[in-house]
Design a protein around this ligand. Structure first.
Ligand SMILES: Cc1cc2nc3c(=O)[nH]c(=O)nc-3n(C[C@H](O)[C@H](O)[C@H](O)COP(=O)(O)OP(=O)(O)OC[C@H]3O[C@@H](n4cnc5c(N)ncnc54)[C@H](O)[C@@H]3O)c2cc1C
Length: 306
């Protein structure tokens, strides 16, 4: 394990670019690093929190009096389309590298920021596919018992933006195994590039945000029908886009301090420059209230609010 650092600024490590200092901080590159970090925090009598790509986190503006375990490092191998990746591997790096070696089928996930471990925890998805469609096994360690265990896909309790690991934060994902298809490398690269271009066109990339701030909620049949009629698309699992509800509730472009519900994609709460975590939380509350008042629907955060 690397040396424990003190008073490390967290804002630059999150895509929101918001956050105070971590009282204690360590980069980890292996499962044994993680276990040593946990043991260090226990011996010191402080709590810990896990940070990977930082693309789905709202960190507190005040300093965190705990150990931030920062998972880093791209490490992976592939054999006959079976990928074994260290949790800290950047998702896009993995998609690109697999494409170059002739393995793919998951190009619609290209451009989702963050790591493979983060993607598994939240069952990240875009344009239809979700990471669960490719995962065969997940290895994780339990920070309370020290146990390491392999989870089959069926054990991970995957559903829309959900996994077992989201409900059970004492399990830290350490490795992910995925099954990919044989593809033509040039075609796979073209599909990934096309996906990223589409994301850029929709203003889904390169903004100070945590991606979609709220999950797409289930709504009444009446609201689903209204959405389907207006947009001419089928609802998935009886859900409607949170961004559509936010816009209908008149909150598109709403601001609190430096936080703004994006004009292009209202479900993105964007840090326009000097937003604080309090600005983001206050705006999120106002958005929730407006949607509840107008539609009776409760929005739920997708981003991890620490
Ligand atoms: C511009 C932008 C666009 C986005 N677009 C999409 C999209 O299209 N689809 C989508 O699904 N998401 C999207 N997101 C959200 C985000 O990219 C995903 O949720 C991503 O999978 C998070 O991975 P991460 O490594 O950054 O996790 P982090 O942000 O570091 O962590 C998120 C949470 O997971 C926990 N965690 C992290 N690593 C582990 C681990 N190894 N074991 C256990 N817990 C862990 C952390 O403690 C934290 O609570 C977008 C975000 C941004 C900024």
């Amino acid at each position: 394990m690397q040396e424990i650092q003190e008073n490390v600024p967290l804002a630059p490590l999150t895509t929101f670019d918001i956050g105070g200092n971590a009282r204690y901080f360590v980069d980890v590159r292996t499962e044994s690093d993680i276990k040593e970090a946990i043991a260090w925090a226990q011996a010191k009598g402080v709590g810990y929190v896990v940070l990977s790509g930082g693309s789905n986190v709202l960190a507190p503006g005040k300093d965190i009096d705990a150990l931030v375990i920062h998972i880093v490092g791209d490490l992976y191998s592939v054999e006959s389309g079976l990928v074994d990746a260290w949790t800290g591997t950047n998702l896009l790096t993995l998609i690109r590298s697999m494409a170059a070696q002739g393995w793919g089928g998951w190009e619609k996930l290209a451009g989702i920021p963050g790591t493979i471990g983060g993607a598994v925890r939240g069952n990240a998805g875009a344009f239809g596919p979700e990471i669960k469609d490719f995962v065969t096994k997940v290895k994780a360690c339990n920070t309370k018992t020290g146990e390491s265990r392999e989870f089959e896909n069926a054990d991970c309790d995957f559903s829309y933006r959900h996994s077992f690991f989201k409900d059970n934060p004492e399990w830290i994902i350490t490795r992910v195994e995925l099954k990919l298809q044989q593809v033509d490398p040039a075609e796979s690269k073209r599909l990934a590039d096309e996906t990223i271009a589409e994301r850029e066109k929709r203003h889904l990339q390169n903004v100070k945000a945590a991606g979609s701030y709220f999950m797409n909620p289930r709504a009444s049949a009446h609201i689903v029908e209204l959405f389907e009629k207006e947009k001419g698309v089928k609802s998935r699992e009886g859900r409607v886009p949170a961004g559509w509800l936010i816009e209908k509730a008149g909150m598109k472009g709403a601001t609190v301090g430096g936080a703004k519900a994006s004009e292009q994609h209202p479900n993105y709460i964007v840090n326009t420059g000097a937003a604080t975590d309090a600005d983001v939380k206050e705006l999120a509350e106002r958005v929730k209230r407006a949607v509840k008042d107008q539609f009776g629907v409760d929005l739920q955060e997708e981003a991890a609010v620490w």
